[in-house]
Design a protein around this ligand. Structure first.
Ligand code: C2O
Ligand code: CU
Length: 456
């Protein structure tokens, strides 16, 4: 009997209902190397990019919770060392991909094997942790999806990678990677926004369709302010970790490196269009459009929570408080100077070194960590932003929650702290090792906003 579309649909529904099982797969090789991508609209030349396995975003990795990730990184770049950092993964420290902190950098022609088990389900991404401004800006970023063993009931599950590129008129990536203006101001903002490396994601949907949209911000500096039209949206996870209760959202801020999983129900009618849009200074732009057509699907009850990942407990009574104060950058500077590579330096001397920012008076990494925690200790870090710019602070290896009075915000691995604000995070130092704690705007990271913590 020929397989008709109806049969195909019936078959795929049946498959989706089965629990997905963890499987042992072979090793995946991921080569970081130059490639070409048609980023600009037709009529423009293709753009020379750096890519994981030839595509931007890089090769999509999909696993099921409980699988083992087994990836060999091959460095096919001509002149630069690289690594892969698995952003948001609670993994063994040796797999974290930070050059000179957790592994030796991978030289051109060299390789490194990453192997660890995927205990958490969710939306993650991977990127280099070497010369990140240039390597990420040239296109090295990929998404890692770890599916829940019981998937939620949706008609489609889509990854939308939001990015921006700084392009010259001829669709060439602008080589201003070390620009002091970007470092000392809002970072390397692009002039060309893409979704999955295209100007706009377009996808036809049925009226009433329910979609899971996995939004990932891989931009190096752009903070997306997202709005919706013709759909009802619920946030069900931030930075891979499910919310206890799905939260209805009308607006969503997505800072660099952050992810949000949305469940959306299309409310626009056939012939109309649902939309995900980004509010920019120049106006509001569609990032994803969903033309609606066909027969309406039956309405579903409100989405339920995703199955939780196993999170550690937070012991607020015995928690230790380690404040972090961010200073520097244009407008405010470092009037008291700061310590860089063991030397107390004034602002002008620091600027000559291309350094503009400090955490607690320390510019960049030092031999001593920002803090040493014992395994299982609860640590509270009030992060005070005394600079004139927002910063997206990211902790490796463990997730934190924001302290909100007596309660907590969602589990996250990256938090946006606006100028003149303090946001206090708390985490259980459950994962032994040396972990980076830095601003995820790489222009800031390389010019001072980078430190580390030790858990032992
Ligand atoms: Cu997304 Cu230090 O990393
Ligand atoms: Cu920053």
């Amino acid at each position: 009997m020929p397989l008709t579309r109806r049969h195909f649909l019936a078959a795929s529904t049946a498959l989706a209902a089965l629990p997905r099982m963890a499987m042992a797969k072979g090793q995946t090789r991921i080569t970081a190397a130059p490639a070409q991508a048609q980023l600009a609209p037709p009529g423009y030349a293709a753009t020379e990019v750096w890519a994981y396995n030839g595509t931007v975003p890089g090769q999509m990795l999909r696993f099921v919770q409980g699988d083992t990730l087994d990836v060999q990184l091959v460095n096919g770049l001509a002149e630069q060392d690289t690594t892969i950092h698995w952003h948001g993964l609670r993994l063994p420290n040796a797999m974290d991909g930070v050059p000179d902190l957790t592994q030796a950098p991978v030289a051109p022609g060299g390789s490194f094997d990453y192997r660890f088990s995927l205990n958490d389900a969710g939306t993650f991404w991977y990127h280099p942790h070497a010369n990140s401004v240039e390597q990420i800006s040239r296109g090295l970023a990929g998404v890692l999806v770890v599916e829940e063993s019981e998937a939620p009931d949706v008609d489609d599950d889509r990854v939308l990678v939001l990015d921006d590129w700084r392009m010259a008129d001829d669709a060439v990536i602008h080589p201003s990677f070390g620009a002091w203006h970007d470092m000392s101001h809002a970072g390397r903002l692009g002039n060309y926004i893409t979704v999955n490396a295209t100007p706009e994601h377009r996808q036809t949907v049925r009226p009433g369709a329910r979609l899971r949209l996995r939004l990932v911000n891989t931009a190096t500096a752009r903070i997306f302010d997202l709005r919706f039209r013709g759909l009802d949206a619920w946030a069900v996870a931030h930075d891979a970790m499910p919310l206890e209760v799905p939260q209805r959202v009308e607006q969503l801020t997505l800072a660099p490196a952050q992810r949000t999983d949305l469940i959306v129900d299309i409310t626009a009618e056939a012939g109309d269009e649902a939309m995900l849009a980004s509010v920019e200074r120049e106006g509001t732009f569609a990032l994803a459009s969903f033309p609606v057509s066909g027969a309406a699907l039956a309405a579903r009850p409100e989405p339920s929570a995703l199955p939780p990942n196993k999170m550690p407990s937070l012991n607020m009574e015995s928690a230790r408080r380690v404040p972090l104060v961010m200073e520097g950058g244009a407008m405010r500077g470092l009037p008291e100077g700061a310590t860089y590579e063991g030397q107390r330096m004034d602002m002008r001397a620091l600027a000559e070194e291309g350094q503009f920012w400090a955490f607690n008076g320390q510019v960049g990494m030092d031999d001593a960590p920002l803090l040493e925690a014992f395994e299982g200790e609860t640590i509270r870090i009030p992060i005070t932003n005394n600079t004139a710019f927002p910063h997206a602070m990211h902790l490796h290896g463990m997730h934190f929650r924001e302290v909100l009075g007596e309660g907590f915000g969602p589990w996250r691995d990256t938090i946006l702290v606006n100028p003149n604000h303090t946001r206090e995070v708390v985490f259980n130092a459950h994962n032994p090792g040396d972990w980076m704690f830095h601003c995820h705007m790489p222009s800031h990271q390389m010019s001072g906003m980078m430190n580390w913590i030790r858990v032992s």
